[in-house]
Design a protein around this ligand. Structure first.
Ligand code: ADP
Length: 477
């Protein structure tokens, strides 16, 4: 059954209270019974002792008192009803008994008789004499060489005790039920009070949607479990809010980046239409349009790459990739462009290292970094490549003597669509996505990417990737 926490809590502790009270009641009643019986045994055994001493005179003579009722009265007070004396001979035959026994007799079981023969006193509860059970002591009267001469039995009705126990049981059970009902009511109220913040949290959490992620769950109470839950949920909402903000920003940036070349394209086309057949001008416009289309497809390609990596989230294909060969190939591919830009591109160190990963993505990472270094290094500069091993990781370093990046821009260069100088870098390969793709690739391979830079002096990008374990084997390139 689906009980609420409040009901469950209330049920639990009322049941627990009920069981504890019953256990307490049982122990209490048992102890009381023991005390009562002990006191009664004390009383009846005093009468039996007195009887023994009366029966055997100091001279050794045997004497039977005639009126037991006087003895009973002396011990049990005026009200002798329910108290009995019976004297038996060594064979168990009644010799004398108190008058209130009428025709009844206090029973003498075989076990008790044998015990008496052996000189032992027995205490027992017997029934069938009147309405109430009777506590009976059976005491042997011995003389000389342990010879049994008489058996004295003194009994006392348990009537008083029975009454006390009935009343006590009634009071106890009523008290237990009353306590349990009160505890259930108070407990349910307290549970409701304690769980009220949970209700508030549930309602607040239900209210929060994508549109009002700036709202928070009110944290009014102390820093207890509920307080901490509220704080944790608020932190979660904050993270969600940031993610939503990033997505919104990303969509806005992407639309803007695509809109700009489209606007340029449209403008150029309109001018071309008005130019009335100037072929040379038309050609110029077409070339410029093609550049804008290239730029758009570059952005779209990068966006698709990022979207794909977001979906894969680290689940890239894992094949053996010879990193040194990737570096060598990208170097060869870009050397021409570097030379054309008047830049010296060199591999300084290229240790044979193998990683587990996606060859296409790793090649893209290496390409983007070298490409950027060439893009942001003025004519006459240098770009150097290093592939080394450090602490079980492959370190790929691209060092350039280029423009560098200011301290303020450095933390953001890996953000999507972030560009330091938006006007200067507005060429085909400049949408501010290259480094964010590099970062995603490094992360998807269990690695990291970092940059050190000094404006005017140059930058060093460092990629760290975990090695496949074996070095020097090229399963793929
Ligand atoms: P972009 O397509 O604009 O190059 P990136 O994501 O590759 O986008 O780079 C983000 C920004 O980081 C660039 O706009 C540039 O300002 C800066 N940057 C990247 N690489 C370098 C480098 N090697 N030297 C100086 N600045 C760089």
């Amino acid at each position: 059954m689906n009980f609420s926490i409040r009901t469950k809590l209330t049920l639990w502790y009322t049941s627990l209270l009920f069981v504890s009270l019953i256990a307490f009641g049982a122990v209490f009643s048992y102890s009381l019974l023991k005390i009562f019986i002990y006191r009664m045994d004390d009383q009846i055994s005093s009468v039996a002792n007195m009887m023994t001493h009366t029966i055997i005179r100091p001279s050794g003579e045997i004497f039977l008192p005639r009126d037991f009722d006087i003895i009973l009265g002396r011990f049990f007070g005026v009200r002798t009803t329910g108290n009995f004396i019976q004297v038996l001979d060594p064979h168990g035959e009644i010799v004398a008994r108190s008058s209130n026994l009428d025709n009844f007799r206090l029973p003498l079981t075989k076990g008790t008789y044998h015990a008496a023969l052996g000189g032992a006193t027995t205490y027992e509860v017997v029934r069938n004499i009147g309405r109430y059970p009777v506590r009976v002591v059976t005491k042997p009267v011995m003389i000389g060489d342990n010879r049994l001469v008489m058996i004295v039995q003194v009994g006392s009705s348990l009537e008083g005790m029975d009454e006390i126990f009935h009343s006590m049981a009634y009071i106890l059970i009523s008290a237990i039920f009353a306590s349990v009902i009160i505890a259930a009511a108070v407990g349910s109220f307290l549970a409701k009070k304690a769980l009220k913040p949970v209700k508030t949290i549930t309602e607040a959490a239900r209210r929060i949607k994508a549109e009002n992620l700036n709202e928070r769950i009110p944290a009014a109470g102390p820093q207890d479990e509920i307080g901490r839950l509220t704080a944790t949920m608020n932190e979660m909402i904050e993270r969600l809010e940031n993610s939503f903000k990033q997505i919104k920003q990303f969509t806005a940036d992407a639309s803007h980046e695509l809109k700009t070349p489209l606007t340029i394209l449209k403008g150029e086309m309109e001018i071309a239409l008005r130019s009335r057949g100037d072929t040379a001008y038309m050609r110029e416009v077409l070339e410029s349009s093609l550049e804008e289309i290239d730029r758009m497809s570059y952005i779209v390609r990068n966006l698709l790459d990022l979207a794909k990596m977001d979906v894969e989230k680290g689940a890239t294909a894992k094949e053996k990739v010879g990193l040194d060969r990737v570096v060598a190939e990208r170097h060869d591919q870009l050397k021409r462009r570097a030379l054309d830009s008047g830049i010296q591109l060199d591999i300084i160190e290229n240790k044979p290292l193998v990683i587990n990963g996606d060859l296409v993505r790793v090649s893209q990472l290496v390409f983007n970094l070298i490409d950027n270094a060439i893009k942001y290094t003025p004519r006459g500069g240098r770009v150097e490549l290093f592939l080394t091993e450090e602490g079980g990781k492959a370190l790929f370093r691209v060092r350039d003597s280029g423009v560098g990046i200011s301290k303020e821009d450095l933390p953001y260069v890996f953000d999507r669509f972030y560009r330091v100088d938006k006007v200067r870098t507005r060429d085909v390969h400049g949408a501010g996505l290259g480094l964010s793709i590099c970062k995603e690739i490094a992360l998807a391979h269990g690695g990291s990417i970092d940059v050190e830079s000094e404006p005017g002096k140059g930058s060093t990008f460092v990629v760290s990737l975990p090695l496949a374990g074996a070095t020097g084997q090229h399963a793929a390139s």
